[in-house]
Structure formats: structure tokens, C-alpha cells
Design a protein around this ligand. Structure first.
Ligand code: AMP
Ligand code: MG
Length: 411
């Protein structure tokens, strides 16, 4: 028998991603939501500012606002004429030889152009001396230096993270038009799977993928439809696919896409939609089904738990992001020194589970989590990154530079 790993039918990760991206139409239905409900949403339109930020010229320090031209040397004396607080401006102007006490965020009074930090001042009752030579315009934050009226601050398609929510709030924007969240249905297939809370009988395992997928989709900000475990029966599988088609934008399943699965899964998929069964040149995660069931996008993940998660991150996620209206972005990858020897057979791109850490000298290095079986969820849980080993590589030695993909920021 020929080695299935060298089969010409294997397709590369990049090919699979591009086929998926090309086949997906983004959702376009937009809804207006209060800003706080927009986290993890996708902007449906460019956002332009209708104010300037900062809205007024203000102080970056607690100190004294002066006219820079009045400073000659450490003997220059300034008379304190009042105080400008944040939110309570000092409504007089600062004239020659005068200064105003000023707090961080307070409007810089008329006439003044420079703020001296209070640590650089010696003060008597009504006067100050400046002890460290100041710089012209020091510690002043200018109106509009961050954002001008009319600036596009965020582009359509932006995934709204906490920093974007903060930026929109700083512009006074209370409602945002986002693309509606995708409704993502999922179910597990397999007669060996039982729900949590029951004792395992011989041959049974817990349906862990459904919990991992539920968590991934929750972090993604999708609307979730958990359809449970579907037994390995023709009618049950067919009716599960049909009901998902009626209500979901995307359907994810786990299990049942490997070669040698009961025929009715593939039969049913081919009957109700257009689905490709791919063998990917990646490990873990060789089998993947992708296609359309009517208007519903379908991803059939492999059943092995590590394969299911790796395939989700690497292939399904870019597809879901496209459906959510977000532009494709390459995952962050970089090279670090390896602290353990890694074994690998040539043939597939491997995503081994790794732990990024710092040496005492502060160098970022990566080691292995140990055993790499695609059924071993401990390897995923202990890891904080994937270590990528090229298709043709046959392993890596201690001290070699290897490519890693950190888990943070994956979602
Ligand atoms: P399959 O892709 O259905 O051939 O399953 C491959 C392996 O993954 C088998 O050992 C299954 O028992 C296991 N598996 C399938 N579905 C799940 C699931 N939902 N949770 C945990 N393991 C699973
Ligand atoms: Mg199965």
C-alpha cells in the first residue's frame, strides 16, 4: 500500500486557506449597537471623527504654565496668578512674568505656551523659580494632535477590540454600526461520545470537542447554536444537517470526515450541499471537509481533539473572519531558539505544541510540551504556542531557530 502522506491528493495549508477565502461571501447585514455591545464585532463602515482629539490644548503634567519667552535663567521670578484644574479652566490669561498653577488635563490658559513640571520649581507663597532650564512648549498636548475633525479613525472591517472601544468612546461615539454576528451551529458525531456527568462505559469517551468549540466560538463573539451529539445514524445525520441549514450562517461538525467513515455522512453532505473532502498536508489535522449547504458554510473538523483545535485556528478561523467581514490577515509568526530536540517525519507541515519562555538573559526561547499525539489535549493545554516545522523538515536540533505562532491574540 502506498503511503497516504505522500499522496498527490494532499493539499497544502495555504492552498486550503485560499480556496476557502475565495469561496466565502462576507455577511453584509448591519446593525446599530450601543458601544458596549460592540466588543468583538466587525465595523460595517468607516468611522470618521466629528471632533478633534484632544478637544483643547492641555497640560501633560502637574506644574506651572508660563510664557517660555519670560524665562532667562534660574533667577527669573514668576508670579502665581491662579489655578487651572482638569475640567475647571482658569479663565484669565497669563501675562509677562506671570504663571498659573496647572493640573494634568487642564486647559492651558491663554498667553501660556509651556508647562514646567512641579518637581522643577521652587515655590514661595506667590512666586516660583524654575530650577531646571525648560524647553519651549514642553508638557503641552495640543488640540487635535491625535485626531482631526474628519479623520477616518477606524476602517470598515475592523475587529473591535477593547482599544477600539476606548478610541470610539474618546470621540463621543455612543452607537456603532457593526456587521451582525454570525450564527454558528455545531454538533459532534460519533457513537462513542457521551455527555459530561455520566460514567464512561467500555469504549466511550467524553465529547470534549463540543466544549472546546463552544469556548472558541464564545471568544470569537459568535451567536452559538449547540446541537449536541448526533448519533451515527443516517436519518439523524441528515436531519441535523437540514436543520442547521435552516438557521445557521456557518455549521461546524467534529468527527466523521476521515477516510473510512460510515458512508452516510459523506452521502448526506453530497445530497444536501456541495462539500469537498480534503486531505491536508498538515499535522495534526489531516482530514477536513469544507463547502456549502445551501447558504450555510460548512466546516467538518477532524475528531481528534488536538486536530480539531489546530484546524479551527489555522483554517476555519480565517474563513469565519472572512464571513464576519474582516480582511484576511496573516497570523503572527516569528523565529526563536529551540531548547529541545524535535522529531518529525517529512511529508506534512507540523504544528507541534510548544512553550515560549524567557532565559535569565531575557532571550525568548521555545521548548516542547512533550508527547505530541493528536488525541492528547494535555499537549494543547500546556502549550502557549505552536512550533511550525516545514513539510520537508525531518525535525530540529537544540539551538536551532524555529518558527513559532503564539496562542495569544489567536482570537
Ligand atoms: P473521527 O474523526 O470521527 O474518525 O474521530 C477521530 C478520533 O477522535 C476518534 O478517536 C474519536 O473517538 C475522537 N473524537 C471524535 N469526536 C470527538 C469529540 N467530540 N470529542 C473528543 N474526541 C472525539
Ligand atoms: Mg467518528
Amino acid at each position: 500500500m502506498s503511503d497516504p502522506c505522500s499522496s498527490p491528493e494532499l493539499i497544502t495549508l495555504d492552498e486550503a486557506i485560499h480556496k476557502i477565502i475565495d469561496a466565502i461571501e462576507p455577511l453584509t447585514d448591519a446593525i446599530r449597537l450601543p458601544l458596549r455591545d460592540c466588543l468583538n464585532g466587525t465595523l460595517a463602515e468607516d468611522v470618521q471623527s466629528i471632533i478633534q482629539v484632544p478637544p483643547f490644548t492641555n497640560s501633560a503634567m502637574d506644574g506651572y504654565a508660563i510664557r517660555f519667552a519670560d524665562y532667562q535663567d534660574e533667577n527669573s521670578v514668576f508670579t502665581v496668578i491662579g489655578t487651572a484644574f482638569a475640567g475647571r479652566p482658569f479663565n484669565d490669561s497669563v501675562a509677562e512674568g506671570q504663571c498659573a498653577r496647572i493640573m494634568t488635563g487642564a486647559v492651558v490658559p491663554e498667553g501660556a505656551d509651556t508647562v514646567i513640571m512641579q518637581e522643577h520649581v521652587s515655590r514661595t507663597e506667590q512666586h516660583i523659580h524654575i530650577t531646571v532650564p525648560p524647553k519651549n512648549q514642553a508638557n503641552v498636548r495640543y488640540a487635535g494632535e491625535d485626531v482631526q475633525v474628519g479623520d477616518v479613525v477606524l476602517n470598515k472591517g475592523t475587529l473591535l477590540r477593547p482599544s477600539h472601544i476606548g478610541l470610539l468612546a474618546s470621540l463621543g461615539i455612543a452607537e456603532v454600526t457593526t456587521i451582525r454576528k454570525p450564527r454558528i451551529a455545531f454538533f459532534s458525531t460519533g457513537d462513542e461520545l457521551i455527555p459530561l456527568g455520566q460514567a464512561l462505559a467500555e469504549g466511550q469517551i467524553y465529547d470534549s470537542n463540543r466544549y472546546a468549540i463552544h469556548s472558541l466560538l464564545t471568544e470569537l463573539g459568535a451567536e452559538i447554536l449547540d446541537m449536541g451529539v448526533i448519533p451515527d445514524e443516517r436519518d439523524a445525520v441528515e436531519s441535523a444537517f437540514k436543520s442547521a441549514m435552516n438557521c445557521a450562517d456557518i455549521l461546524l461538525t467534529s468527527g466523521g470526515v476521515s477516510v473510512g467513515e460510515a458512508d452516510y455522512v459523506t452521502d448526506t453532505l453530497n445530497k444536501v450541499g456541495q462539500v469537498n473532502f480534503w486531505r491536508l498536508a498538515i499535522k495534526p489535522g489531516k482530514p477536513l471537509a469544507f463547502g456549502h449547504l445551501g447558504d450555510t458554510l460548512f466546516f467538518g473538523l477532524p475528531g481528534n481533539p488536538v486536530s480539531a483545535m489546530a484546524t479551527f485556528y489555522e483554517i476555519v478561523l480565517p474563513g469565519i473572519r472572512k464571513r464576519m467581514g474582516q480582511p484576511f490577515s496573516q497570523r503572527q509568526r516569528f523565529h526563536v531558539r529551540l531548547t529541545d530536540k524535535l522529531k518529525k517525519a517529512p511529508g506534512r507541515l507540523e504544528f507541534q505544541r510548544g512553550v515560549l519562555s524567557h532565559t535569565v538573559k531575557g532571550e525568548l526561547v521555545v521548548g516542547t510540551t512533550g508527547k505530541q499525539g493528536s488525541h492528547m489535549m494535555t499537549s494543547m493545554a500546556q502549550a502557549n504556542c505552536f512550533i511550525l516545522l516545514d513539510q520537508e523538515s525531518s525535525g530540529a536540533e537544540v539551538g536551532e531557530m524555529v518558527q513559532v505562532e503564539p496562542f495569544y491574540g489567536m482570537l
